[in-house]
Structure formats: C-alpha cells, structure tokens
Design a protein around this ligand. Sequence first.
Ligand code: SAM
Length: 385
Amino acid sequence: MPDADSLAHSECVADFIREAIASAGGSISFAEFMHLALYAPGLGYYNAGATKFGSAGDFITAPEVSPLFARVLARQCVPLLAPGTDSFILELGAGSGALALDMLKALPEFGVDAQCYSILEVSPHLKLRQEQLIRSNRPELLRKVQWLEELPSQFCGVVIANEVADALPVERFQKSADSVRQYRVTVEDNRFSWCLEPAPPFLEEAVLHIERTLGMRLPDGYVSEVSTGLPAWIADIASRLDRGFVFLFDYGVTRREYYAADRSNGWLRCHLRHRAHNDPLIYPGIQDLSAWVDFTALAEGATEAGMDVAGFISQARFLMNGGLEAELAGFERLSTAAQLELSRQVKMLTLPGEMGEHFKCLGLSRNAGAATPSSFVTGDRTHQL
Ligand SMILES: C[S@@+](CC[C@H](N)C(=O)[O-])C[C@H]1O[C@@H](n2cnc3c(N)ncnc32)[C@H](O)[C@@H]1O
C-alpha cells in the first residue's frame, strides 16, 4: 500500500480528474485521463514530487541501472559528433538527469567535447531534479547544459530519447465487426470506471490505418491501444533535424506483433513501487502509466518526414555491438564486490528476461554523413518493421 501522504496526493489528483470529467459532460477519453494522471500541472505523476525512478521509486530505466548505458551511447555518438561536425545533443524527457550526466562525463573520454547538451523536458519538477543532479555531481558541466521550452526550429546533431514514447498518452479501443469503440473514463461511486462509446473519426481512422497497413482485420471484440500522437511527435522532431541522427529507446514491438491476435487486451503497463500491473484507473498521480510502443508507427512517422531508418535492434544487441565489451576491459582486476555489481548491471541491461529483448533501439538518420553507428551492424531487424 502507498503511504498516507501518497494516498492523500492521489486523492487530490483524482479530484482534479473528476472535475475534468464533470466539465466534459461525464466522461473523457483514456488518452485524456492518462495525460492528466501523468502531466496535470503540479499534480500529475511526472509533475509532482514522487521519486519515480530507481530503487526508491516505482520503476527503473536503463540509465538508472548503470552508467554503462550512457557510456555505450556516448561511444555511438562519437562518429556523429566528430570534430568538424555539429556537436549538439538534444535529449528528450531526461527523467532524473542520469543519462545526461553520464553522457557528459563520458564524451570527453572518447575525444568529443559536446559544446551543448540540450534537454527538452515537459515536467518543471524533473527539470529541477536534472539540474540538481548535475550540480551536485559535476557542477562544471552545467555550463554545457541548456533546458529548452520547445524543439529548436531547425538543428543539426544527435537526438536521444529513452522511454519517452511510452509515456505519451494512448487511446484504448475495441474493434467489432463493423465499428470501432473508444474506451472512456467515467466516475461511478466516486471511483473511475470504463465506458465505451463510438470512436471519434480520428481514432476510427487510426484503427483503419493499422488494419490497412497490416492487410488484415482485427478480430471481433479485440481490445488494444494506439498512440495517436506518436506519428506527429516523431515527425515534428524529424522535420526540424536538418542533419543528424536520432536514437529512440523503448519497450516495444513491431506493428504486426503489437496487433497480433493473441495480444487481445493491449499493452498498457502501470508501475507502482516496482510492481507492474494493468489497472491504470487506480492511484492516479502516484503510479506510472505507460504503453508499449508500436515501433512501426515511429518509423512511419519519421520516414514520412524525410528521415531514413538506420536500424532497429534489441537493447542487448545495441549495447553488445556498440562497445559493451570494451567497457568491461579490466573487469578481472576489479574487486569481487565490484565484479558482482557490474555483472548485475550487465545482466539487467542485456538479458532477454530483463531489459535486453523487450527494449529496442530505433536509429533514424538524415544526411548524417557518417557510416551507420556500429551498434546497428549485426542483428538489425529493420525488415520486420
Ligand atoms: C519514463 S520517463 C523516462 C526518463 C528518462 N529518459 C530515463 O530513461 O530515465 C519519461 C520522461 O519523458 C518526459 N516526457 C514525457 N512527454 C514528453 C515530451 N512530449 N517531450 C519531452 N519529454 C517528455 C517525462 O516528463 C519524463 O521525464
């Protein structure tokens, strides 16, 4: 059970959402509910004080597991940021700031002095935490970091986003033989509950697009999610990047796997104190809500905006191709305790049952001018997208 303070906070968030539902006439779409539960100003999960990341929080992300993640990614950025090219890095949704800090520490070791590390973060609360983390560890690095309010109008460089696409609100739908219905959230006895209504045209079109591109009809009664904002999100980034590379990491699958007949109850994932479950309507504001990512949708949005898919690969492969072994040089000279800790981190990042297989990296390029980063050289699954 969450503690009393957390429960009290959740009640405030619930009140806020109940008011939104009342002013909307009795129900809101699940995407609206997810948006409010995560991002309601000063209240939502990402906009208020909960710890969120790491062992004291609700879930753990790759940069929180180990600096190895940032160090391999930094190695991959080297040819893309080599002297004479633009050394601009833009991280989207930087969470606690761990990836930014570890990248900034690692890049000079690999001969690259990033002139500017920009962060675009929607949560004012997390911006503060990111700044505090860098200030308390390596204050001299702060002069390289800038927080943006919006994407630059045009830019060149490298874009990084770890577990951001899964945090974008999704619509939940049910398909029947001749119609699409939208899952909405209403209030019954002061608690949130689901109701189904005919889907608005944009959602109907999104489901038809899935069926058209897969060349099949979804089965009668099939329930799933679609991130209707995802294509525009990536297209916006892609269309502003004149020259450069994008690394998108997330847990997700191809569209064919996402909408497979046996996955008939969707891909929502909620996290509360390291317990994963699939009831997004409880504990609003104090649990993380997310949905696995349809990587085909990301690739589609990016290619329609003129970028090329450079690779689509499991996180384990990304790390192993990208320099993990080099990072472990000297392992045998470490103390037993340090070896055990490093092994734990490597296992967590790479084992198929941990983060190795469910997490993928989609690499996108536009006039990048360098060979494909080595992380995509073997095990590329672009053909499956
Ligand atoms: C699951 S957390 C991941 C944090 C971090 N990247 C990590 O790996 O630990 C999602 C992050 O994305 C941010 N976010 C959500 N939507 C965003 C958007 N449209 N643009 C930028 N950041 C966003 C959240 O505030 C949060 O920092």
